[in-house]
Design a binder for this molecule. Structure first.
Ligand SMILES: [Zn+2]
Length: 246
């Protein structure tokens, strides 16, 4: 999702209120655990997000879609955001001595982006850092709140959060960030590589049929991952993951 403070909807505002009340009770792990993985699976850093930022799912959730997003922390010092950031987010920002002057060096820090999500009461299942590190915020079987009002162009299904996995790449866009000009500025080779490893794992576990952009399921409302994302590196013409067997 793009996380611009001025794009808060009434629904998100309700969630924010909830987060503000409860987020301070959620301890942030200073050293996230690395889950043990088999050879076939990518290494995933486990960093569970606040329970106010996603929904538990009863029973087995049927998953057939991956939604690609980007997010950054470039709006961290905006007044609107400073009013809602949680105690843990503030503590983390202090621990890295974050200032408006050095924010550019930290704008893709996934721990800051996670604090932004917690403040807004939104989430993704996974985040992929610039160096390719894969982080899990929400278990696959639970419903992350990443898509919002949405509709699949392929088959018209709405409520895409119900049947999808959301993946946030730490990135920004020329509209938000003038230092991003080219496809290579926007997303790193390591991010594409990790995204494909992660999708291979998701295919094996769930059977993924579609890889879509947030901008494709919420046109006019969302712009991520944007025109600088190189779709041919991750999906076929039928929008299936390139790494998944037919
Ligand atoms: Zn998005």
């Amino acid at each position: 999702m793009t996380t611009r403070p001025h794009s808060i909807t009434a629904t998100v505002l309700c969630l924010i209120t909830l987060s503000m009340v409860q987020i301070s009770g959620c301890a942030r792990a200073s050293q996230p655990d690395v889950a043990s993985q088999s050879d076939a699976e990518p290494v995933i850093v486990e960093s569970p997000i606040s329970s106010n930022a996603y929904g538990k799912w009863e029973g087995q959730r049927r998953i057939d879609t991956v939604v690609i997003h980007y997010a950054s922390a470039i709006y961290w010092f905006n007044e609107d955001f400073q009013e809602i950031v949680g105690e843990d987010g503030r503590a983390y920002a202090n621990s890295i001595s974050l200032t408006p002057q050095n924010l550019a060096n930290h704008k893709y820090d996934w721990q800051l982006v996670k604090a932004v999500f917690e403040a807004y009461g939104v989430s993704s299942h996974y985040a992929i850092a610039r160096d390719g590190t894969i982080v899990r915020f929400v278990p696959d079987n639970d419903r992350a709140w990443h898509a919002g009002r949405s509709k699949m162009p392929q088959d018209g299904r709405t409520g895409v959060n119900n049947f999808s996995i959301g993946i946030e790449l730490m990135a920004s866009h020329p509209d938000d960030d003038p230092t991003v000009k080219t496809a290579e500025d926007a997303y790193t080779a390591a991010q594409y590589e990790s995204l494909n490893k992660l999708m291979a794992m998701l295919c094996e576990k769930h059977g993924i049929e579609y890889v879509v952009g947030h901008d494709e399921i919420a046109p006019g409302r969302k712009t991520d991952p944007g025109p600088l994302f190189q779709w041919d590196r991750v999906r076929t013409e039928d929008h299936a993951p390139v790494v998944c067997p037919e």
